[in-house]
Design a protein around this ligand. Structure first.
Ligand code: ADP
Length: 508
């Protein structure tokens, strides 16, 4: 007994120090779900007793929010980038150490971290994130004056994909874990960029960073990390198919022994209807009747008809084909002719979708409210006010809004894919009888299947209220906290340290 405990302790000491690298983390910078994860998983790991440090680019807003900061490295040289690099250190939420990589000329830009004000990728994205990766690598290989050295580097998405590739040739490297939050974004650049970045020539190889004559950042993570994860179990199998593998399915199949899916958690301190500072009326599963005041407040705020009997659907997200924004646009006519249905929508993205939704709202202000833009507080009010939440994503690596919806007693209506399939239990007659349904699941991803699911929701909503309340309460009682996922990551860190991947470019 004593011996096995001692064994566990010794093991965990070897995988205790985690450098968590990401291009965004809530609240320092956010464009999507990656930020939610990078802002809360490190904290959950820290609370499990791991020594976790977050490393991010020093965007101006991140610097402002993390003050006081101190400079821990005032001048670092990294290959492929002529300028100087500084590393600043601060603390998030009073407990999580954060490093900000300050590279004048690369990260000191206002606005979106990936896109210029016209909505196009910044022309030097490859240089920016390659330089960020080089700094992470320098820290991992003890090539900086810092005295803290990670046992594991946890990388996230293409922006950090070069890290496992650059580390793999070093025998004294820490272990690496690479998490795919969305395989559709791969960081593809031309061959000239590969040369300009002065990447090791042996990495120009189809077993390494080359992808059909292009440089692929994400391949660096997938091919070289000791362990690869996706943010839900279902998505980890879906990416093995040509439909969602984007040409990387062969490589992913090859990595199958080291590939797994760990469902994202959500931060219940920020998303809790009992204490949410953004909403009009607090409520819980026991006081669900108090939720109605949020609907009334939002109907008033957005100029919708103030009608407690209306069935209010909510939607929040990027307005892009992935999220099925076009499917929502296609059901608008039916919704307008439905029985007292309303829709509130918050998002931004493709101009054609923004325009279609804005025009529909202008023409039908009593029934449709559309807000184009990004608004964290309004997102909370929509979750609390809506009766049901639409997520018709064509694919969804994990999805967070369905988890917020469950917590807010707002049953989600979701396409059966990825993390949506893993987290929502369909209100089929079987599940209603078994009393464990939490929402409505449909397939395929078509507007008619979405509309059919919305009608099923309506039928249940118009029954005596106990039926709907039961569904909403079931959702509120689900536990998607980070605790469980953090334990799963801790286990993988240990595996990665104990059983590293031999450099795939060295033939045995
Ligand atoms: P993705 O990362 O693919 O965009 P996720 O569902 O994983 O989708 O995460 C999106 C996150 O961003 C959620 O926290 C969601 O509430 C938030 N979000 C997306 N669009 C907006 C918006 N327009 N205003 C406020 N929050 C938004």
């Amino acid at each position: 007994m004593g011996t096995s405990n001692q064994f566990l302790e010794e093991n965990s000491v070897r995988s205790n120090k985690i450098l968590f690298a990401a291009s965004e983390a809530q609240p320092l910078m956010k464009t999507g779900g990656l930020a939610d994860v990078a802002g809360s998983l490190p904290l959950a790991l820290h609370q499990l007793g791991l020594d976790v440090r977050l490393i991010l680019p020093a965007y101006p807003t991140s610097v402002e929010q993390l003050i006081p900061l101190h400079t821990v490295i005032s001048s670092l040289k990294v290959p492929g980038w002529g300028g100087q690099v500084r590393i600043l250190a601060g603390t998030l939420h009073g407990e999580l150490p954060v490093y900000l990589v300050d590279i004048p000329g690369l990260f000191d830009r206002i606005g979106n971290p990936y896109l210029d004000p016209q909505g196009h990728n910044w022309r030097d994205n490859a240089d920016r994130f390659a330089a960020f990766c080089r700094v992470v690598v320098a820290m991992a290989l003890k090539q900086t004056p810092l005295e803290w050295h990670p046992d594991v580097v946890h990388c996230n998405d293409w922006q950090t994909g070069l890290v496992p590739a650059l580390l793999s040739a070093h025998w004294d490297r820490p272990a690496t874990l690479f998490t795919i939050h969305n395989l559709a974004y791969q960081g593809l650049f031309d061959r000239g960029t590969f040369q300009r970045l002065r990447l090791p020539p042996e990495l120009w190889n189809h077993h390494a960073l080359e992808f059909h004559q292009q440089l692929s950042f994400i391949k660096g993570g997938i091919a070289f990390a000791d362990r690869v994860t996706t943010v839900s179990p279902t998505y980890s199998s879906e990416i093995l198919t040509p439909e969602l593998g984007y040409g990387l399915e062969g490589l992913l199949r090859h990595r199958l022994p080291h590939l797994s899916g760990i469902l994202n958690g959500i931060d219940y301190r920020q998303w809790d209807p009992r204490s949410d500072p953004h909403i009009a009326s607090h409520y819980s599963a026991e006081t669900l009747h108090l939720k109605a005041a949020n609907k009334q407040a939002l109907q008033q705020e957005l100029g919708l008809a103030v009608d407690p009997e209306a069935l209010l659907f909510g939607h929040i997200g990027r307005l892009v084909p992935q999220k099925g924004s076009d499917l929502i646009i296609e059901i608008l006519d039916a919704l307008l002719h439905g029985d007292r249905m309303q829709l509130v929508l918050l998002g931004s993205g493709d101009e054609q979708y923004e325009q279609a939704l804005s025009q529909a709202a202008l023409r039908n202000p009593q029934q449709i409210a559309s807000r184009i833009g990004y608004d964290e507080a309004l997102a909370h009010r929509i979750e609390a006010a809506s009766d049901a939440f639409l997520m018709p994503s064509r694919f969804e690596p994990c999805g967070l809004n369905q988890l917020y919806s469950l917590r807010y007693g707002t049953p989600p209506i979701v396409h059966r894919t990825g993390g949506l399939a893993d987290t929502v239990i369909n209100a089929s007659s079987d599940h209603i009888l078994a009393a464990d349904a939490t929402g409505f699941v449909f397939e395929p991803a078509t507007s008619s299947a979405l509309w059919e699911a919305m009608q099923r929701a309506e039928t249940l909503f118009r029954r005596p209220s106990v039926w709907w309340e039961h569904l909403a309460r079931n959702g509120m009682q689900q536990d998607f906290s980070w605790q469980r996922s953090a334990v799963a990551y801790r286990e993988l860190y240990l595996q990665a340290v104990d059983d590293p991947l031999p450099n795939p470019l060295v033939k045995p």
